[in-house]
Design a protein around this ligand. Structure first.
Ligand SMILES: Cc1cc2nc3c(=O)[nH]c(=O)nc-3n(C[C@H](O)[C@H](O)[C@H](O)COP(=O)(O)OP(=O)(O)OC[C@H]3O[C@@H](n4cnc5c(N)ncnc54)[C@H](O)[C@@H]3O)c2cc1C
Length: 536
C-alpha cells in the first residue's frame, strides 16, 4: 500500500525523490513497499490498519552537508521528515513516523566516533554510532571509560537519549539525555546550530560545559521536533577498578517504606549503582489463593500479606545493590549499607554477592545466580551491550506505559492499588498487584511498568491493549503520575495529561514550533507538538 506525503500528488513526489537522489545518491533513497518494510514499526499495536503510521520514502545522507541538503529540499516541497539515528525504538514506535507519508531521514551513515577522551571522560559521536560501536571502539583501544547502555545494544547514544532512554550503572549516567553535553543540530530551514559551548567557534569544552551562555535550548531536541541532531556529546564514567553486589531482604510488607528511604540515601550519595527491587513473594502468584490476595480490589492489608510471607518462609521485599569503585571502597560502601539498613529494620538480612575487578570476564558477565535474585541484567549493569533482553519479547512485540512515581514505599503501594484496580476489566492482572516492585531507572524517581504484548493477526487483542493503555494513562494522570515516553500512537494522549494551566506548556511549545517550523518539516506531532499546518 504505497503512501504519499501529505498534500502531495504522485508527480510532485516523483520530483521530490529525484531531488533527494541528486543530493545523496540514487542508492540511498527508497520508496518501494519492500524497501520501506524495515521502516514500519514491527511492534505496532495498529499494524495494517488505517491508524498505522507509514513512511512514503526513506533517505540516508552520508554527512552533515547532505543532511542539510535533504532538509532544504523537504522545506521547499513542504514534506515532513522523520529523523532516526539507528531506528531501533521498539516499544515506542520503532522507526515509523508520527505522520503517515513522512520521509524517514535515516542517519545510519553518519556513523563516526569523533572523540573519546578517557582523561576528561566524554565522547562525541554521530547518530549512526551504536552502543556496540562505541563499546568496541573503547575496548579495542583499552580506553579507561565505561559506557552506560540500554538493554538492546543495537540502538544509539543519540537516538536513545533523544527519547530520554535509560541504562543501568551509576545514577548520573543512567539518564542518557541527562548525561549528554553539547549538540549539533540541522534546523528545519537547513541551517546548522551548535548548543552550549559549541556556539563559541573553536570552543575547547563543548562536551564538558553544557550551558555556554544564555538560554540552553538543548532540551527542545529530546522528545521534540525542532531539528535533526547530527552530533552529540556524552559524559562517560571512568572505568571503575572493582564491582560488587549485595542483596538485602526485609520481612514485612511495610518494611519497604524504610528500605526505600535508606536506598534513596545511598543512591543520592553516589554510593551505589542501580538498585534492583523485587518481591520474593512473586514466586507465590501461581497459587490461586495467594494471587487472589495479591490482586484483591483495594489491595490486601499489611497483616494479610505478612501472614502469607511468613507461612511461605519468604521475605516480603528485597533489593540488590551494586557498587562501583576500588575493592576497598566497594567493600566499605556495602558494609555501610548493611549497617544502615540492618540496624534499622528488624529482621532485615544481607547476603553478600559477587565482587571482581573490571573489566569483567565472560564468565563473570554470564553469572547471575543468587538466592531470591531478581533477573539482574549483568551485562547492561556493567555497560556491556548485548541483545540478550530480546528474549523478554512476547508475541509480536509490546507497547509500554511507564509512569513516573515518587521514590517512596507509600507511592509504590498506591500505584499497585490504583493501577491494579484500573486494569481489573482487562486480562492483565499480573502487572500490578501487592508484589509489584518499582524500577529505579532515572536517578530520582521510580517507574512502574505496563508493557502488554501486541499480536499482528489479532486486531481484537490489539484494540483491547489500546483501550487498556489509554485508560492507564488517564487514571495515572488523575493521581499525579505521568508517562515518561510513548510511541507516536499514544503521544497525544500522554502529552494531553501534561495540562497544567490550560495546557500552557503545549501552547508554549507550539508557539515555538510555529515560529521555527510552521510547515512541520521536522517530525510533526512528535512529543504531542503539532505545527499550525497540521494542528487541525
Ligand atoms: C526488549 C527491549 C528492551 C529495551 N530496553 C531498553 C532499555 O533498557 N533502555 C531504553 O532506554 N530503552 C529500551 N528499549 C527501547 C529501545 O529499544 C531503545 O531505547 C533504543 O535504544 C531506541 O532506539 P535507537 O537508539 O535506535 O533510537 P532511534 O529509534 O534512532 O531514535 C528514537 C527517536 O528519537 C528521535 N531521533 C532519533 N535520532 C534523532 C536525531 N538524530 N535527530 C532528531 N531526532 C532523532 C526520533 O523521533 C526517533 O524515533 C527496549 C526495547 C526492547 C524491545
Amino acid at each position: 500500500m504505497a503512501v504519499l506525503p501529505p498534500d502531495m500528488d504522485s508527480a510532485a513526489f516523483a520530483r521530490l525523490l529525484e531531488e533527494f537522489r541528486g543530493a545523496v545518491g540514487a542508492d540511498w533513497v527508497w520508496s518501494s513497499e519492500e524497501d520501506l518494510g524495515p521502516y514500519r514499526d514491527s511492534f505496532s499495536p495498529v499494524w495494517n490498519t488505517d491508524e498505522e503510521r507509514r513512511a512514503s520514502a526513506a533517505v540516508a545522507p552520508a554527512d552533515v552537508g547532505e543532511v542539510q541538503a535533504v532538509v532544504r529540499i523537504a522545506h521547499r516541497y513542504k514534506v515532513p521528515l522523520y529523523p532516526i539515528s539507528t531506528g531501533k525504538n521498539f516499544g515506542y514506535g520503532g522507526p515509523a513516523p508520527n505522520v503517515t507519508g513522512s520521509v524517514v531521514l535515516d542517519l545510519k551513515r553518519l556513523n563516526r566516533i569523533l572523540e573519546v577522551d578517557d582523561k576528561r571522560h566524554f565522547a562525541l559521536v554521530e547518530p549512526g554510532v551504536s552502543y556496540f560501536d562505541l563499546y568496541r571502539h573503547i575496548e579495542e583501544r583499552g580506553l579507561k571509560v565505561m559506557i552506560d547502555c540500554p538493554d538492546p545494544g543495537w540502538g544509539s547514544p543519540i537516538g536513545n537519549s533523544l527519547d530520554r532512554g535509560v541504562g543501568y550503572t551509576m545514577p548520573f549516567y543512567r539518564d542518557h539525555y541527562g548525561a549528554s553535553c553539547g549538540l549539533e543540530v540541522v534546523l528545519p530551514n537547513g541551517e546548522l546550530m551548535r548548543t552550549g559551548m559549541g556556539a563559541l567557534p573553536g570552543a575547547k569544552t563543548w562536551q564538558e560545559y553544557r550551558y555556554g551562555f544564555g538560554p540552553d535550548p538543548a532540551g527542545l531536541f529530546a522528545q521534540g521536533n525542532f531539528g535533526v541532531v547530527t552530533k552529540m556529546g556524552f559524559r562517560l564514567m571512568p572505568l571503575p577498578e572493582h564491582y560488587r553486589t549485595g542483596l538485602i531482604t526485609v520481612p514485612r510488607r511495610r518494611d519497604f517504606v524504610r528500605l526505600v528511604e535508606h536506598v534513596n540515601f545511598l543512591s543520592d550519595s553516589s554510593m551505589c549503582g542501580e538498585p534492583v527491587y523485587g518481591s520474593p513473594l512473586q514466586a507465590l502468584l501461581g497459587d490461586p489463593d495467594f494471587a487472589a490476595l495479591a490482586t484483591k480490589p483495594g489491595g490486601p492489608s499489611d497483616a494479610e500479606m505478612d501472614a502469607a510471607a511468613s507461612a511461605a518462609g519468604l521475605p516480603s521485599w528485597q533489593v540488590e545493590l551494586q557498587f562501583f569503585g576500588s575493592e576497598a571502597t566497594t567493600k566499605a560502601n556495602w558494609e555501610y549499607a548493611k549497617d544502615l539498613i540492618l540496624s534499622d529494620i528488624p529482621g532485615a538480612q544481607a547476603v553478600d554477592g559477587e565482587h571482581f575487578p573490571l573489566p569483567a570476564t565472560e564468565a563473570q558477565l554470564a553469572n547471575t545466580s543468587q538466592p531470591y535474585r531478581t533477573a539482574i541484567k549483568r551485562r547492561a549493569a556493567l555497560g556491556v551491550p548485548s541483545l540478550g533482553m530480546w528474549r523478554v519479547v512476547r508475541d509480536d512485540g509490546h507497547v509500554g506505559f511507564f509512569p513516573v512515581i515518587p521514590r517512596s514505599g507509600e507511592a509504590v503501594f498506591e500505584a499497585q492499588r490504583v493501577l491494579g484496580d484500573a486494569l481489573r476489566e482487562f486480562p492483565f492482572r499480573s502487572y500490578f498487584n501487592a508484589t509489584t516492585a518499582p524500577l529505579h531507572w532515572h536517578p530520582f524517581t521510580f517507574q512502574m511498568v505496563f508493557a502488554p504484548s501486541v499480536k499482528r493477526n489479532d486486531p481484537a487483542h490489539n484494540e483491547m491493549v489500546n483501550r487498556a493503555m489509554r485508560k492507564v494513562v488517564a487514571v495515572a494522570a488523575e493521581h499525579g503520575w505521568g508517562d515518561y515516553r510513548a510511541a507516536p500512537v499514544y503521544q497525544d494522549d500522554v502529552a494531553a495529561t501534561y495540562s497544567f494551566n490550560g495546557h500552557a506548556l503545549r501552547r508554549f511549545l507550539e508557539q515555538l514550533k510555529d515560529a521555527i517550523d510552521p510547515d512541520g518539516i521536522i517530525a510533526p506531532g512528535r512529543g504531542g507538538i503539532w505545527p499550525r499546518r497540521f494542528r487541525s
